[in-house]
Write a protein that binds this ligand. Structure first.
Ligand code: GDP
Ligand code: MN
Length: 386
């Protein structure tokens, strides 16, 4: 789950990572009053709260010297659309003016080393993408072994590799420690400060925050779960979540969706389909218990994905009842009148024969196949329709 800037800054505050004082507003009424109630002094920065990076370049970050200017920016931004996201909330913060350097600092889960990794760059801010492209050598990375945690040399190593003054060592070590603790505490996939600014007194302040929390850990972060509403998530992800399904948008413009019980199986399906030069639009992990109702709902959600013409269902179970799975397909076909939909069904489990006999009686292009490879071939055979 992605967090908006203000939520990340709440986490920063909790872990005593310095930020600028601010307030969140969600209405154009009493803007000036809200700002003065929060005790903010001018100039301020008005920041659109949408789950995208690069808001500065998209016009979502505005500076204001006076209450009137701030109010005008708020009225312009609230309700506007930034790269497809409607702005429902604004964060207004005191503007930082004593800036010697804009840095980049983040902790993220690295899939290659399977460890948290710290990324630090003495050149941060809006041009971080260009730095990555044109000057990658200034970006420092260090893998943190989860059992060892941060070591005393971690911060020194990063500072010296980045060519920065080692006088900053204590302040930087403290900051890193807080960021890493917050990352671990909240089971983050990513916790990023960009820009992290260094002022003339050698102090660090987080001007922006980005965060993503591992969905599987949300049950133990009730404070975070309450923030979910403001995120403007893909509605199909939310619908799927209501059934305890994990819905994953894969590739825009795809015409195939895949459902399976288990993410390993899903990934194999996606790999094999992609190898056939076909495009997967979405994948859905059914989790446990493939009952008829659940199969029907999963199919409905997948066929609601724009562009999806075919769904591959791959149920490989022992105790999974195939007649239930087939019944789910039947219920789905009965609820959607037009039958130009393609369903490729591979199922293994109890009552397979009973399941197959239900499938055989159904109208439309529903095929049952014995294995994963055959299911992909069945899709390839229908390439023109996809
Ligand atoms: P992003 O574009 O979504 O990453 O939004 P940021 O919050 O990072 O803001 C974009 C840029 O605006 C930053 O990289 C800074 O250069 C600038 N900026 C943001 N807040 C302040 C501030 O308080 N003072 C100054 N001088 N610049 C700021
Ligand atoms: Mn930023």
């Amino acid at each position: 789950m992605k967090l908006l800037e203000y939520a990340v800054k709440d986490i920063f505050e909790q872990f005593e990572i310095p930020t600028k004082p601010g307030c969140v507003i969600d209405s154009i009424d009493n803007i000036e009053e809200s700002i003065s109630k929060a005790g903010l002094s001018y100039p301020v920065v008005v920041k659109a709260q949408v789950p995208i990076g690069g808001r500065g370049k998209a016009g979502g970050i505005q500076f204001a010297d006076t209450p009137e200017e701030a109010a005008a920016h708020c009225r312009n931004l609230l309700g506007s659309t930034l790269r497809g996201y409607t702005v429902h909330q604004l964060l207004i913060v005191e503007k930082a003016s004593d800036i010697c350097q804009e840095l980049y600092l983040s902790v993220l889960m690295d899939r290659v080393s399977k460890c948290p990794i710290i990324i630090f760059s003495p050149e941060g801010g809006m041009e971080i993408e260009e730095t990555t492209r044109n000057n990658p050598d200034v970006i420092q990375k260090i893998i943190i072994h989860p059992l060892m945690g941060l070591q005393s040399f971690t911060s020194t190593y990063l500072l010296s590799k980045a060519g920065m003054d080692l006088k900053l060592q204590n302040a930087f070590a403290l900051l890193l420690d807080k960021l890493y603790s917050a990352f671990c505490h909240y089971d983050c996939m990513l916790l990023e400060i960009n820009p992290l600014i260094l002022d003339s007194e050698g102090r660090f302040t987080a001007l922006d925050g980005k965060g993503e929390i591992d969905d599987s850990s949300l049950y133990r972060h009730p404070d975070i779960l309450t923030l979910r509403n403001g995120l403007q998530e893909n509605p199909l992800i939310c619908e799927a979540r209501a059934f305890d399904f994990l819905y994953i948008p894969v590739e825009e413009g795809g015409s195939i969706a895949v459902a399976s019980n288990g993410s390993g199986m899903l990934m194999s399906c996606i790999d094999l389909i992609t190898k056939e030069n076909l495009k997967v639009a979405a994948a859905l992990d059914l989790g446990g218990g493939a009952t008829a109702i659940r199969i029907k709902e999963a199919l409905r959600i997948l066929f609601s994905t724009p562009g999806v013409k075919a769904v591959l269902i791959n149920i490989f179970g022992g105790i999974t009842r195939c007649d239930e799975v087939a019944l789910g397909v039947k219920m789905m076909m009965e609820s959607i009148p037009e039958d130009d939909k393609i369903i490729i069904l591979r199922m293994e489990g109890t009552n397979k024969e009973a399941g197959l006999s239900i499938i055989q009686k159904l109208p439309g292009d529903i095929v049952s196949v014995p294995g994963l490879r055959e299911s992909v071939s069945a899709l390839a055979d229908r390439r023109e329709k996809l």
